[in-house]
Design a protein. Structure first.
Length: 169
């Protein structure tokens, strides 16, 4: 499989993740989104900001305009979330940014993807394609955390929502 075919596949996973996230935010209020699992742990809101932060690192590397919000505070440690965007603002920001990012990723050449990774990641990734692969994996991991947080906070489990929506479609 060529590098461009791999990038196309990763872009499709990002589109899938977009859909999963929007379903995961069903019935999530701002209060629930900012509620931490444990003292000092991440909230759904921080996790969304963290995923956006990593998507934005890829976007910056390929000259794609990211969200008009400072995402650096979502790089590492969660805060209490009082000043985080609302759930609706996160959804809007995510949808607008994702469309641009996925379009830009689909236009990358094999040479672009073979370029040195512009971001330092924890597993020795060497190329932009390696970095993209890590970001997609990392994002999918965090979608699992959001799913768990939904259930922990008493909302309908994400798997149930997905099954219900698939039955209607």
């Amino acid at each position: 499989m060529s590098a461009t075919e791999r990038a196309q596949g990763l872009a499709q996973v990002l589109n899938f993740n977009d859909d999963v996230l929007m379903v995961a935010l069903t019935d999530v209020t701002d209060e629930i989104a900012r509620r931490r699992l444990r003292d000092g742990g991440p909230s759904m809101a921080w996790t969304i900001g963290h995923m956006l932060h990593h998507r934005n690192q890829i976007a910056a590397a390929i000259a794609c305009r990211g969200p008009a919000v400072d995402l650096t505070r979502y790089a590492n440690s969660a805060t209490d979330g009082r000043d985080y965007p609302t759930t609706r603002e996160f959804q809007t920001m995510w949808n607008e940014f994702s469309g641009r990012l996925v379009t830009a990723l689909k236009q990358l050449s094999a040479e672009d993807l073979a370029a040195p990774s512009p971001i330092q990641l924890p597993h020795g990734e060497q190329t932009l394609l390696d970095a993209l692969r890590f970001v997609v994996w990392h994002e999918t991991l965090h979608l699992g955390q959001i799913s768990m947080l939904r259930s922990h906070h008493g909302l309908t489990p994400l798997a149930t929502l997905v099954i219900e929506r698939a039955a209607v479609a």
